[in-house]
Design a protein around this ligand. Structure first.
Ligand code: ADP
Length: 151
């Protein structure tokens, strides 16, 4: 039986962990990359999604499903750039380094996605972001395991 005090403890513990404490290195490509090269890169990097930038500024995300959909549609993979098929800003869901991992986990669940880019604004416009990391379901599962094993 888990009493209320220990549930509060778990909750406080989770909220105290920040995105910057657990983020992974982001996997990034420029928008002009061909879909073919993006697929090769996805296999080489062993990731399910890639963040896309335009001159270093976050402009989109491309995932396995986007690629499968495109391949089934018969698009020319060598000619068409990933910028054409990616999910685009302002529809990208992201987190900031100082957000809690609970916020990140809630966004993953709410939007039914596998990963979130961790971003930092390049100025105060709240419009243009540089990608400084990524949070995936694996990062969150690792915390669950560490809490469970009391590490
Ligand atoms: P998969 O395609 O491997 O199932 P996801 O579930 O993460 O991967 O992606 C599903 C859809 O959501 C795709 O169209 C993808 O472009 C989009 N997507 C993925 N991550 C994000 C994000 N952080 N913000 C907005 N859209 C995203």
């Amino acid at each position: 039986f888990i009493g209320k005090p220990s549930l509060n403890y778990i909750s406080d513990e989770i909220k105290s962990i920040l995105v910057e404490d657990i983020k992974s290195i982001p996997v990034i490509l420029e928008e002009s990359t061909s879909i073919y090269d993006a697929i090769v890169f996805m296999f080489l990097e062993d990731v399910g999604s890639i963040y896309i930038t335009n001159n270093g500024i976050l402009s989109g995300v491309i995932s396995r499903k986007d690629i499968i959909r495109t391949v089934m549609g018969g698009t020319d993979l060598y000619k068409v750039p990933i910028g054409v098929i990616m999910t685009r800003m302002p529809n990208i869901i992201y987190v900031k380094p100082k957000d809690s991992v609970l916020t990140a986990a809630m966004k993953l669940i709410e939007h039914e996605i596998d990963s979130l880019p961790v971003v930092e604004g390049i100025d105060n416009s709240n419009k243009d972001y540089r990608v400084v990391g990524r949070i995936t379901k694996t990062n969150i599962t690792r915390i669950f395991v560490e809490l469970g094993n009391n590490i």
